[in-house]
Design a protein around this ligand. Sequence first.
Ligand SMILES: [Zn+2]
Length: 368
Amino acid sequence: MLRRMRFRHPKRPALLLAAALLLGAAGAYTVKPGDTLFSIARAHGTTVEELTRLNHLTGATIEVGQTLWLPGEVPPTPAPAAQASDPPALPQPVPAGTSQIAGVTVTAPARLRMGDAFVLRLSGPRAGQATVRFPSEVGEDVRLPNEKLTPIGAAGEYVVLGRVVLGKTTPVVYEVSVGGDLVRGSIPVADLGQTVQHLNLPPSISGKLEDPGRKAEDAAVEKAYALRTPQVWTRPFQPAVNVKAQSSAFGQPRTYVAGGPVLYHYGTDYPAPVGTAVLAVNDGTVVLAGKYPVRGGLVVIDHGAGLTSLYFHQSKVLVKPGQKVTRGQKIGEVGTTGLSAGPHLHLEMRVRGEGTNPAGWMNRIWPR
Ligand SMILES: [Zn+2]
């Protein structure tokens, strides 16, 4: 992520990296005596027009105690039609692959979307000796082009975890080789079809991007992304909070400051009251736990196979680095710490450091 952003915007990498981590807020502004639409707009770096549009106001009159939603904030319980949601899960993919090389059958998804995690399935007597590469991702932050094969189920069956980088709609190319044989496949990638959201962040929030502790925070997270430990989960993934609503969907393209570049939301936001239990999505080892300037109360769990789950903005962190956790174990409590404007959990599921759609993981062992 860092490298890609530097490439695109070499002059402001630090700001952009931090901006990419920003959360959609679940809070709102309550009108106080003396407020006007203009004064509220000015204080939050937005315009009267934008406030009028967001709140469906019909005139300039506002009342003390009235709740106003600000740019980048979506009510936690909006009308069904307006509710943010992750892109729906794809139907079971048509096996496009089932390509055959001597002793190995390769099965790949027929199609993918930006931010999808997926697996290549390898079977056959020589599957365990195969080497898998994703040449389309070289230069796109692939840290280990030759990923390890993870045995599954029956003997001779393996999967390799892949993911589609957000912002990239060129086909994913994979290569599987055994000895001198090689099979090469290509999977088309579709956009998520989301319209760009313009946040126009107020300085009170964007100022956290300048926190001197941020560099160490980013470095610590990058280190977690680089981990390559054996897969430890054996059961399906479960939600991290017991809420259904989302205040900001995975993959949402955004600008954070007026005229700024379009960046993607690498996780999903779930609004919930401060103190709501945050649960481990699956078994793993805590690799980071503590308070950080941007991500706030943060826990990072390594699940092995290049997969990490991240939980941002917690009011309380109840685990320590090195600690083993089990699926559903309480690891902290929802809060609004760090770069956040209202209580919510921001959950990320990173595959080799790239954000993948959390919805694609829930209630299954592997994404499809
Ligand atoms: Zn978020």
